[in-house]
Write a protein that binds this ligand. Sequence first.
Ligand code: ZN
Ligand code: ZN
Length: 370
Amino acid sequence: MSKRDYYEVLGVSRDVDDKELKKAYRRLAMQNHPDRNPDDAEAEARFKEAAEAYEVLSDAQKRARYDRFGHEGVRGAAGPGAGFHSMDDIFSQFGDIFGDMFGFGGGGRRSRGGPQRGSDLREDLKLSFKEAAFGTSKTISVVRHVDCETCSGSGARPGTEPVTCSTCQGRGQINHSQGFFTLTSTCPHCQGSGKRIEDPCGDCRGSGKQRSTREVSVTIPAGVDTGMRLRLSGEGEAGSRGGPPGDLYVFIHVEPSEVFERDNEHLHLRQPISFVQAILGAEIEIPTLENNETITVKAGTQYGDTLVLKNQGLARVQGSGRGNLVVHFAVEIPSKVSSKERELLEGYAEAQGIPVKKGGFFNKLKDKIG
Ligand SMILES: [Zn+2]
Ligand SMILES: [Zn+2]
């Protein structure tokens, strides 16, 4: 079957500008829209043909190739046919054009009657610092909406049936004329289901759904941090009419550590040391993630000097290995010294020729006594 000329399909001249092109396409798309022509294969074919023509002519490069080489010029990966295997492809690509005409938020098409994926669910999960550091497994209770057992999800009292909505005659949508256009929106009386329940089920009050709590076990990988989320595929709300279930997103909140400061996969430790240890050096014990470890404070350590312990930080959730543990030395100066200590320090000051304020009460007393 030979293809019709794209300009002919859209009923426009070869020098049409973008604005006129879009207008022509909108007009055709509206006329042949599947929601207005249910089960009309010819309308659907025209709808697809128009979308294909518009896809090429609205793209300057494709249009130039088409003008020079015809259909041959736009065949293949970049050309039409690649993109439009289904109506949904058209809606996802040109949805913005339909969006303002049909009242479909975001350009989508309501899949009336067809399978619908269940909604995603969100649960928040609080973890202690240790749990996050080493990974754990948790059981969380997830509340989902499942078909009411009493009415098997119909929402109607057992023994009765939902009736066709009289407002929309079962279409689920209603049309309003607004000037030149006809706008379509979801029927407010049946929320798009096309059915109404006259005698609602007593257990679900007509919703057809009941709450059910399910325990879901979640494996938490080592190294997770606040703000991360885990996706549990298929653990969300059940789909309807045979659609797949949604996903469950577990949002992680990690309590801060009392010992370490966290910086992604790295840990920081503020380690106080005496000024004497800073001057003379020392072996000290510090806390690490797993246990305690002895490290060496080098002689002459200054306030704020750091020691990096490689691979003693947290596991990288994405990627491999661990971060580092960075020890920050906080040199502490005693606020009080005994007279004995004072004597020693004064001796040091004297040896260094450093002028210092001499003597406390006892020293003065000692000086007087001689
Ligand atoms: Zn209705
Ligand atoms: Zn029920």
